[in-house]
Ligand binder design. Structure first.
Ligand code: IPM
Ligand code: MG
Length: 357
C-alpha cells in the first residue's frame, strides 16, 4: 500500500500532517513518501508538478493530496501556476471519476446557511467527470477574432467537448454509485443550448438501459443549481461534466455549512486514486494552526475504502470523526457557541484518541 503524500501549499501541510497521523495509528503497513506540489513544487524545482513528484504519484497506489495555491504564485504564467499541478495529476493519472459527497452531520446542522429542516440529514453524492470538457478541450487560447462585430479584436476561446467513451465510463461510475445508495441518479446538462450536453444526455440515457433498477432524471444545470439550494435532499446521486461539476460541488459543499468537512476521491478505471479535501489551500489562515483537518482525514478514509478495499478501517475513521463532533470539538470554521474551539493539531489528536478508544 504505497501512498504518495503531496501536502502542497497554504494549509495543505498542516492538514496532511493530521491525516498522516491518523493513517499511522491504524496498524496497517503503509509506505508513505512525501513530495512537493503546487507552489511548493515551483519553489523547490521550478514547476508546480515536478517530474519526481509525478513519478512518485504514478508509482503509488494512491495519492493523498492537500491543496495548492498561494497569493505569491498568482502572477506566474498559467503553465506554472499551482492549479496546473492538480489538473496535470488528474490528466496524467487518468483520474476521470471524481466523487464529491456532501453530507451534513447532525451536530453541524446549525452551521449551514440554510434552514436546518432544508438540510438536516443531507446526504448526496456528486459524480463529476474530471479529465474532459472545456477544462481540457483543444483548441484554446487568445486569437484574433475571425468574424462578427468584433472582428479583428483579440478574443479568448476554449473548446467544450466530450467523447462518447468519456461519457459512458463516467455514467457507469455514477449508475453503480447510485445502485449502492438510494438508486436515484440525476444527470445534469445544458442540452437546451449546448451540442456537447445534448450528446451527453443521449449517451447517459443509453447507458441507463444497463441499470434498470436506478431511476434516472435529467436536469438543466441552472435548474440543478436552484434545486440544490431549494430542496437539496431530493437528490441522491448527481452526475455531470467537469465544469458544471466544479460549480455545483462547491454549492453542494456549502449546503453542509463547512467545506472543511468534505472529502473527495478522484479515481481511474482500476480504482487507483487521488484523495483530497474538497476545500482549497486557504492561504489567509495558513500556518495559524486553525484549519479544519477533518476533510483530509475523511479523504484518507475514502482512500482506504476505494483504493485499498479496507472498509473496516474506513468505517473506523468515519466513526472517530463523528465521535469528536459528538464530543463538541470544533475548529473555527464550524464553531458555534456552546461547543469547544480547537486547533488543527488538537482536532487531529482527538481523532487519533477516538480511534484508540
Ligand atoms: C476543484 C478546483 C479545481 C478545479 C481548480 C483548483 C483547478 O476548483 O477541484 O474543484 O477547477 O477543478
Ligand atoms: Mg472547484
Amino acid at each position: 500500500m504505497k501512498i504518495a503524500i503531496l501536502p502542497g501549499d497554504g494549509i495543505g501541510p498542516e492538514i496532511i500532517d493530521q491525516a498522516v497521523k491518523v493513517l499511522n495509528v491504524l496498524g496497517e503497513s503503509f509506505e508513505l513518501e512525501t513530495a512537493p506540489v503546487g507552489g511548493a513544487g515551483y519553489a523547490a524545482h521550478g514547476h508546480p508538478l515536478p517530474e519526481n513528484t509525478l513519478a512518485l504519484a504514478k508509482a503509488a497506489d494512491a495519492v493523498l493530496f492537500g491543496a495548492v495555491g498561494d497569493y505569491q504564485y498568482d502572477k506566474l504564467e498559467r503553465a506554472l501556476r499551482p492549479e496546473q499541478a492538480i489538473l496535470g495529476l488528474r490528466k496524467q493519472l487518468g483520474l476521470f471519476g471524481n466523487l464529491r459527497p456532501a453530507i451534513l452531520y447532525p451536530e453541524l446542522a446549525g452551521a449551514s446557511t440554510l434552514k436546518p429542516e432544508v438540510v438536516s440529514g443531507l446526504d448526496i453524492l456528486i459524480v463529476r467527470e474530471l479529465t474532459g470538457d472545456i477544462y481540457f478541450g483543444q483548441p484554446r487560447g487568445v486569437r484574433e477574432c475571425p468574424d462578427g462585430p468584433f472582428q479583428g479584436q483579440r478574443e479568448g476561446y476554449d473548446t467544450m467537448r466530450y467523447a462518447e467513451g468519456e461519457i459512458r465510463r463516467i455514467a457507469h461510475v455514477a449508475f453503480q454509485a447510485a445502485q449502492k445508495r438510494g438508486k436515484r441518479l440525476t444527470s445534469v446538462d445544458k442540452a437546451n443550448v449546448l451540442e456537447t450536453f445534448q450528446f451527453w444526455k443521449d449517451i447517459v440515457t443509453d447507458v441507463h438501459q444497463e441499470y434498470p433498477d436506478v431511476a434516472l432524471e435529467h436536469m438543466y444545470v441552472d435548474n440543478a443549481a436552484m434545486q440544490l439550494v431549494r430542496a437539496p435532499k431530493k437528490f441522491d446521486v448527481i452526475v455531470t461534466g467537469n465544469m458544471f461539476g466544479d460549480i455545483l460541488s462547491d454549492c453542494a459543499a456549502m449546503l453542509t455549512g463547512s467545506i472543511g468537512m468534505l472529502p473527495s476521491a478522484s479515481l481511474d478505471a482500476s480504482n487507483k486514486g487521488l484523495y483530497e479535501p474538497s476545500h482549497g489551500s486557504a492561504p489567509d489562515i495558513a500556518g495559524k494552526g486553525i484549519a479544519n483537518p477533518l476533510a483530509t482525514i475523511l479523504s484518507a478514509a475514502m482512500m482506504l475504502r476505494y483504493t485499498f478495499d479496507k472498509t473496516e478501517q474506513a468505517d473506523r475513521i468515519e466513526t472517530a470523526v463523528k465521535s469528536v463532533l459528538a464530543q463538541g470539538l470544533r475548529t473555527a470554521d464550524i464553531f458555534e457557541p456552546g461547543t469547544t474551539r480547537v486547533g488543527t493539531e488538537e482536532m487531529g489528536n482527538a481523532v487519533v484518541k477516538a480511534l484508540a478508544a
